[in-house]
Design a binder for this molecule. Sequence first.
Ligand code: SAM
Length: 302
Amino acid sequence: MKPNTKYTYLLESHSTTIYTTSETTMKQNNDNLNPSKDYYQKSNLNLDSWFKVTLIDYQELVKNHQLLKIIDSFADDTITLLDIGCGTGAFPNLLDKRIDSQIKLSCDLLDVSEYCLNQCSSVFNQLKHFQTNEVFASSVENIQTTITKNNYYDIIWAIHSFYTVDIKKIKEILQHIGKMLKPNGIFLMYQASSDSCYSQLYDFYLKNYDSPNKSTKFIVVEDIQETLELLGLQYDLIDFDYNHEIDYEDKDLLEVYLKKCILNSSVDVLDLFKEKILQYFKPENNQFLFKQKTKLIILKNQ
Ligand SMILES: C[S@@+](CC[C@H](N)C(=O)[O-])C[C@H]1O[C@@H](n2cnc3c(N)ncnc32)[C@H](O)[C@@H]1O
């Protein structure tokens, strides 16, 4: 992709413009050494297997009444949304079916993976309430230069997408999110906590694998809370607590799961984690139960 150019991608039934960041900023992405950039490609993602285990993350979230109330609270027929780290659109796909009103969400998508941006736009084409507006192929670390809209969005959300963000950039990213939101706009972030299996498995990988792929810190919800508090911003929190379940015999599924948890498909995960995963094994169920603890941050722009 050439830098500084608007690209029109022909997707299934309509065209979408993808804006890339400049050569300099794309270079910064590489310097940031974000493993998500390499990992979120078609060849690595085994989505059917992955969602067999993890769809529960999104099912729990869309069941939450407070979330649905927030969407219903907007009086306009169309509201503006920025989806940071949109991935393949699993969350909007489930949420779409829970919205009773006629509301439309006009969405800008930002993701470091062009593969995910294309997938997410295609998913939106099939949904009743979501439509793609602009698409930004960029890392969120460059959001200040990539998205220069002020007081524009009703909602900005980041769902399971900040794990490999550069910790040094989080403060300025959150400040910029505040600028992009309309007065009374809402920021939502769904992020695993430090006692979740995601965090434990990633930390184990960082400590025990010789050359982990780049990222040196797994960002947990406590890191975001700390920054919000530093900025003096008030927010609400909702706790989610559930398990990722994998049958003991299903080694293929276990392998897919562990590779995605560490965002590295070149590691022999069954060997690396062979001792570690015993702590998650429940003989009474003959299953691995990976405890997932996630929090939803809800911040209203004042
Ligand atoms: C677990 S997936 C997100 C799931 C998605 N939000 C959903 O609702 O289905 C994480 C996404 O965040 C993106 N991502 C990770 N780090 C990023 C960064 N620093 N900047 C932009 N996108 C990032 C990845 O490329 C990936 O698509």
